[in-house]
Design a protein. Structure first.
Length: 156
């Protein structure tokens, strides 16, 4: 009788613990490269809980965020720390620009303070000339929607 009573009381607590823990539900595709001719644009995003609407997320610029470019080397070695090829920061309205980065495949890592994200990018002359890149580093929903987006605007 005591065991059954314990189980009845412990089960809701266990479910609350398991369901209430934030875990990354999405595994983003490795090796899908966003093709651009240059890396410049704006970083936006914020964790808004249940109100993760795209138009609302994009109202929040990520000011003073750090962007790092690494050579793309997948699978990476967990025990080796790669050195960034180039580093830049966003200004107060989230704008950034990398200068002098050669054509190639890279991992772009963004540290926005409380939110972080990473994208595979390819700098190539074969893509349409890039005007700007809008990068949304907002967290995604458990169904993998919202956040983690790159929107590339090409020159006409």
């Amino acid at each position: 009788m005591k065991t059954r009573k314990f189980v009845l009381h412990a089960a809701p607590l266990f479910l609350l613990l398991v369901l209430g823990t934030e875990t990354p539900a999405c595994t983003w595709t490795r090796g899908y490269f966003h093709q651009v001719t240059r890396l410049n644009g704006r970083v936006v995003g914020r964790s808004l809980g249940s109100f993760q609407f795209q138009w609302l997320r994009r109202m929040y610029s990520v000011g003073n965020g750090e962007l790092l470019i690494y050579n793309y080397n997948q699978p990476s070695r967990w025990h080796s720390k790669a050195l960034a090829i180039s580093v830049t920061r966003t200004n107060s309205v989230g704008e950034f620009e990398f200068k002098g980065v050669q054509e190639g495949h890279y991992l772009l890592v963004i540290d926005g303070g409380r939110i972080h994200d990473a994208f595979d990018v390819e700098i190539t002359s074969k893509a349409k000339p890039t005007k700007l890149i809008l990068i949304d580093i907002s967290p995604s929903h458990p169904d993998c929607t919202g956040g983690h987006e790159i929107e590339i605007t090409s020159q006409n």
